[in-house]
Ligand binder design. Structure first.
Ligand code: UD1
Ligand code: CA
Length: 443
């Protein structure tokens, strides 16, 4: 057989599961781990292994899955399986849609997001060694429910499903992960031979193994770690897989030089980018789309999503960075401050209790405690521009659209509705009157 470059292989991802045990209106494979749908994790691993444009078998809720993955810029083809008649039937739907490629095929499961790319390349490399069909097996802590690998004299003879297994077969702990690699031209003739005369009345893809032996194909298996194969069927398993995903991402980041004072309390997203020599204090939540430059410190109890944090910046404690927050080098966002769709220049400070939204804040500007950019008039959002070195006194309201030019100074408690020219002092508040001896007597 011609050598198999994984780059010529195509993934078939089985994802027509009903997911009823999730007790959710959302299709199972769209539930997220690290803010990425389960099936997108599988697609990402397949792409990292060099496989292109996967074939997805979708059933109930398939349109929602297609829409979500397209929105995320992923490329794929879809075979619809209207009735869930088994894993073999799912592969038949790919065939009927004319989507079985000429090259090798890797069958993956859409609800098992922890799969590593090496596991895929490892199985495909066995095709290079002369195998026609490779099953990815694992030693199960508890084999109940899995198909068992029946190995005789070192050769994989068959996979027997739990429902068909006799007591001796049930005692086997070497199980089928559901992942299989097929050499070029191997899958189609095997599909043609599958029947549904079994306990479940389903077309089992696993019957292809015994069939392949009969047809003279070379069948073998590889071993993977059970932890990499975990599938999600309930919200409990979703949480377990999330925990494992988080643990892996934290370890990767710490090994890459990120300091985490209490790693178990930091929640990351699939795309969180954190440079070496960033310090994360305890209890930080990263939504998607965050990137942190070296030397920055994210202090305790901060929540960040869609934000960029520059070198040496300090965020928190108790800060919230929302999408479009772009915090400059050495800038500071302190406790109970919220920044949305706003750029803070180098060394700018928003230290206490502020809302800065739809704004540009110049380098070295100081935003006093309790300052609010009033960006929304009930219909439209408006911009606030604050110049370099400007000083906004505490408890000011900046009613957008408004510009405070470089080095301008706003007196505390001001309501600013007009632009403030560079270098000017603006005071927009009622004047204080002191009434001699008129303090009310106590008691
Ligand atoms: C399957 C395997 C079993 C293996 C186990 C690993 C078969 C017959 N059995 O069992 O050997 O140990 O996975 O988890 O293959 N799917 C479809 N359409 C269908 C049926 C399933 O797309 O008609 C998809 C599901 O969405 C899922 C995958 O195939 O991603 C496995 O289906 P599932 O019902 O979980 O198979 P098991 O009975 O657990
Ligand atoms: Ca299953």
């Amino acid at each position: 057989m011609a050598p198999t470059d994984p780059k010529n292989a195509t993934a078939i991802i089985l994802a027509a599961g009903e997911g009823t045990r999730m007790r959710s209106a959302l299709p199972k494979v769209l539930h997220q781990v690290g803010h990425l749908p389960l099936i997108a994790h599988v697609m990402k691993a397949a792409r990292a292994a060099g496989l292109d444009r996967p074939r997805l078998v979708l059933g109930h809720g398939g349109e929602a899955v297609e829409a979500e993955l397209t929105k995320r810029g992923l490329a794929f083809d879809v075979a619809v399986q209207a009735e869930r008649l088994g894993t073999g039937h799912a592969a038949m739907m790919v065939r009927d849609a004319g989507l079985i490629p000429d090259g090798p095929v890797m069958v993956l499961l859409g609800d098992a997001p922890l799969i590593r790319p090496e596991l895929i390349t490892g199985a495909l490399s066995k095709l290079n060694d002369g195998a026609d069909l490779v099953v990815v097996g694992f030693e199960a802590a508890d084999p109940t429910g899995y198909g068992r690998l029946i190995v005789d004299g070192g050769r994989l003879q068959a996979i027997v499903e739990e429902k068909e297994a006799d007591p001796a077969q049930k005692a086997v702990t070497l199980c089928n992960s559901g992942l299989m690699a097929f050499g070029p031209g191997v899958l189609e003739p095997l599909l043609a031979g599958l029947t549904n005369d079994n306990a479940k009345g389903e077309y089992y893809l696993t019957d292809a193994i015994a069939l392949a032996g009969k047809k003279g194909f070379t069948v073998t298996y590889t071993l993977a770690d059970e932890a990499d194969l975990a599938g999600v069927n309930t919200k409990v398993e979703l949480a377990e897989v999330e925990a494992e995903f988080q643990a892996r991402r934290r370890t990767e980041l710490m090994l890459a030089g990120v300091t985490m004072q209490a790693p178990d309390t930091v929640m990351l997203a699939h795309d969180t980018e954190i440079a070496p020599d960033v310090t994360l204090e305890p209890n930080i939540v990263f939504g998607p789309g965050v990137s942190i430059a070296t030397g920055a410190t994210i202090r305790a109890f901060s929540h960040l999503e869609g934000a960029t944090v520059g070198e040496g910046a300090q965020i928190g404690p108790f800060a919230r960075l929302r999408p479009g927050a772009d915090i400059g080098t050495d800038a500071k966002v302190g406790n109970f401050s919220e920044v949305k769709k706003a750029t803070l220049g180098e060394g700018a400070k928003v230290n206490h209790l502020s809302y800065v939204g739809d704004a540009t804040v110049g380098a070295g500007a100081n935003i006093g405690a309790g300052t609010i950019t009033c960006n929304y008039d009930g219909t439209n959002k408006h911009e606030t521009v604050i110049g370099e070195g400007a000083f906004i006194g505490s408890n000011s309201s900046l009613v957008a659209p408004v510009t405070i030019e470089d080095s301008a100074y706003v007196g505390s408690g001001s309501v600013i509705t007009k632009d403030v020219p560079a270098g000017d002092l603006a005071i927009g508040r009622g004047r204080q009157v002191n009434l001699k001896g008129r303090a009310p007597k106590k008691g």
